[in-house]
Design a protein around this ligand. Structure first.
Ligand SMILES: N[C@@H](CCC(=O)N[C@@H](CS)C(=O)NCC(=O)O)C(=O)O
Length: 235
């Protein structure tokens, strides 16, 4: 049976981190809400009992149901034998995946600093202030942290020549930031050379190359996590 991924059908969002890894590993999966609908997702989630996922993305593998992007990636990597088998190293990968999750939340908070349930237009003033701090402090702090991690084994991937779920996720982060903050990312080019090397190397993974060329790959858009608002980018 193939894996079932449940995620909102019209945004890349956090679901894309799972898709990229499954595509890189050439795993079979059904993208359930894209095949069915967002309503089907809500219905499926609410019909689940016991310890159910709080929010999408979640993965169904027969009787195993897992929420939280970082946990889904850890599960898939372990189940498919794509970890290193060394506990300290594999925990390091999970730690970075959780750092990525924290960062993704901060990226979202740039355009939604007050409430996710309110429109961007209702919180623009706070977003403007939040974006200033994000560009000056948070984005550089996280990217330097990730760059140092990738430098550890000399690149192009975090583990050296072997890619892992952290690489596909960092690729998506870099692509998203280029979309959301093009001026800032252009000016800062060269500040995180290992991350830039990784961003160039990930599309050469066979499964990723096929995916990026397919219709399955979704463009970033103004409803997702990485959004481009000119006024939030560096002027
Ligand atoms: N920490 C979770 C966050 C999940 C999450 O926030 N999902 C969003 C979509 S990207 C959602 O639908 N949230 C609904 C909610 O928070 O009520 C993860 O990394 O997977």
């Amino acid at each position: 049976m193939s894996y079932q991924l449940w995620y909102w059908p019209t945004i890349p969002g956090r679901g894309e981190f799972v898709r990229l890894f499954m595509e890189a590993a050439e795993l079979e999966y059904e993208d359930m809400a894209r095949e069915e609908s967002a309503d089907a997702l809500v219905e499926d989630l609410h019909a689940r009992e016991g310890v159910r996922p709080f929010a999408p993305p979640y993965l169904v593998d027969d009787d195993v149901v897992i929420g939280q992007t970082a946990l889904i990636l850890t599960y898939l990597s372990d189940k498919e034998g794509l970890g290193t088998g060394d506990l300290a190293t594999d925990l390091g990968l999970v730690q970075l995946q959780l750092d990525i999750a924290d960062f993704v939340e901060e990226v979202h908070s740039v355009h939604h600093p007050i409430a996710s349930s309110k429109y961007y237009s209702e919180q623009m003033e706070a977003a403007f202030e939040r974006a200033e701090d994000f560009r000056a402090n948070r984005l550089p702090k996280y990217l330097i942290h990730f760059d140092n991690a990738v430098a550890t084994n000399g690149g192009p991937f975090l583990l050296g020549d072997q890619w892992s779920h952290v690489d596909t996720s960092l690729f998506q982060v870099m692509e998203g930031l280029d979309y959301a903050f093009p001026n800032l990312m252009r000016r800062m080019q060269g500040t995180w050379p290992h991350l830039e090397g990784l961003q160039t190397a990930v599309p050469d993974i066979d499964g990723v190359a096929a995916y990026l060329a397919s219709e399955r790959r979704m463009e970033f858009n103004q409803d997702g996590i990485f959004r481009h608002y000119e006024e939030l980018d560096e002027q």
